[in-house]
Design a binder for this molecule. Structure first.
Ligand code: ZN
Length: 179
């Protein structure tokens, strides 16, 4: 089975005057262009650069989403979402988060189930209400529910009136808001 590279990261070298390229293959394995990794005999332990990428994917939800997106799409269709760093986090349950979600429009859903293609959110989305019943809600209520009930959900300000609600590594909503 082909095992192409699906994603790469440029990682600064320790002298700070250049960078090495860390790449990930479809099977999840990593490679680095640094001499320490290239010339190490197999089985190769991760070099500092590979470890830095792994640590970032493990702890940064936006990086985890990008990695999942790359694995689903490959290089042919680089993940268009959440590419801009640094993004500013809008604190959950803050007045600003409420304003951003109230004014959300052009909401698109990027998930593994739609190959991260950005399907528009339906006009009358449903949630599981606390009593276990399906409840039809407005798009704003839907996004608020996702942000407040999903434990790892984060709201990001991407700049230029663009926002992302990252639910987990395989699901993100993106929308405009005039805040
Ligand atoms: Zn390296």
């Amino acid at each position: 089975m082909p095992n192409p590279y699906i994603k790469s990261w440029n990682v600064p070298n320790s002298d700070g005057d250049g960078e090495w390229k860390v790449s990930q293959r479809l099977d999840g394995s990593f490679a680095c262009t640094c001499p320490a990794w290239r010339f190490h005999k197999a089985p190769k332990p991760p070099c500092h650069h590979i470890q830095a990428v792994k640590d970032d994917v493990a702890t940064n939800p936006a990086s985890a989403f990008r990695a999942a997106c790359a694995r689903a799409l490959g290089d042919a269709q680089p993940c268009p979402r959440l590419e801009k760093e640094p993004m500013r986090t809008v604190p959950k349950k803050s007045p600003r988060a409420a304003r951003v979600l109230t004014n959300a429009r052009e909401i698109r859903c990027y998930s593994l189930s739609n190959n991260f293609t950005g399907t528009p959110l339906v006009n009358d989305p449903v949630i599981w209400a606390p009593d276990g019943q399906i409840k039809h809600v407005t798009p704003t209520e839907y996004l608020t529910h996702e942000l407040e009930t999903m434990p790892h959900a984060k709201l990001y300000d991407e700049g230029g009136g663009k926002f992302s609600l990252l639910v987990h590594s395989n699901l993100s909503y993106e929308f405009q808001s005039n805040i």
